[in-house]
Design a protein around this ligand. Structure first.
Ligand code: PMP
Length: 304
């Protein structure tokens, strides 16, 4: 499906026409996966468009960059202003944002030290990656393991490691499932290709920690906060495959996907999709991202 193009992209400090935001074929990041990225959403609120948890996304971008030894030439304040300028310039009510920093054209080879760091921010109208949430999605445990933390750090949201997600998603889709569930190097449950995973059993919500190779998801953190505020106990702890098979409810969550119930894992149907806890969390999430719940307005960066 073609991207719904917006009019401009922020590239290295300037707004340029969408079609002119190009790179050279010898860009270091294209060959060696030396890039870091963020996916962030802008939601319509009664005060106009607002970016959801922008500081957290930009701080994670900066952490990811430092983990792969890349120094961002812009600080968080610069990137915040650039983000707001871009969303305004493109006139979005709601959109997806892709912040991207990568090693550009300079030298070729594994040594990264003399390649320049380039930064872009793109925005477009977009409504999620997974099939519609109603009725839930199907998951299959992947034959691929999540990246071993001692091979490449899964905590860095870096481009190279996404080949792991791409392979797992393709395998699951080819087998007729919507999404893949990956186990970490230690064999415990890690996450999906672009979402964290949660299991509900006996009213308790559980999700794997970053030590299982899962990204520290901002939606995962949001869900934990919303759940605690709803009085639902939350545990961040190692989970076995069988913990998911025995769950009353399963869901996955991420910025692009939102909160999406799982209907079946490895052909084992869940008792409910969405179950009651998932439904309450989806409502609370919707109220948080749209500014309808005043308790979470500090998570919104207004654009108007
Ligand atoms: N895990 C992976 C591998 C992801 O790519 C994403 C999407 N960024 C997530 C989890 C969810 O993270 P977030 O809620 O911050 O979007």
């Amino acid at each position: 499906m073609a991207l719904p193009e917006a009019s401009t992209i922020w590239l290295d400090g300037a707004l340029v026409p969408w079609q002119e935001a190009r790179v050279h074929v010898l860009t270091h990041g294209l060959h060696y996966g030396t890039g870091v990225l963020e996916g962030t959403r802008v939601f319509a609120t009664e005060d106009g468009p607002a970016v959801f948890r922008l500081p957290e996304h930009l701080r994670r971008l900066d952490r990811s960059a430092r983990m792969i030894r890349m120094e961002l030439p812009y600080d968080i304040a610069d990137l915040t202003k650039a983000t707001v300028d871009l969303v305004r310039a493109n006139g979005h009510r709601e959109c997806y944002l892709r912040h991207f920093a990568f090693l550009g054209y300079g030298t070729m080879g594994i040594d990264m030290r003399s390649s320049p760091v380039e930064v872009s921010i793109a925005s477009w109208e977009w409504h999620g990656q997974l099939p519609p949430a109603d009725g839930g999605i199907t998951l299959k445990t992947s034959s691929w393991r999540r990246n071993d933390p001692n091979a490449v750090p899964p905590a860095a949201k870096a481009t190279g490691p996404y080949l792991n997600s791409v392979l797992a998603r393709r395998e699951a889709n080819d087998a007729g499932y919507d999404e893949a569930l990956l186990l970490g190097a230690d064999g415990t449950v890690s996450e999906c290709t672009g979402e964290n995973v949660f299991a509900v059993r006996d009213g308790v919500l559980r999700t794997p920690p970053s030590s299982a190779g899962a990204l520290e998801g901002i939606t995962q953190d949001t869900v934990c906060t919303l759940a605690r505020d709803l009085g639902v106990p939350v545990r961040v702890e190692s989970l076995l495959r069988s913990d998911l098979y025995a769950a009353d409810e399963l869901f996955v969550c991420g910025t692009a996907a939102g909160i999406v119930p799982v209907r079946a894992l490895d052909d084992r149907a869940l008792p409910a999709a969405p179950g009651p806890v998932t439904t309450r969390l989806r409502e609370a999430y919707r109220a948080a991202v749209t500014g309808a719940d005043p308790r979470y307005r500090h998570w919104l960066t207004p654009v108007a």
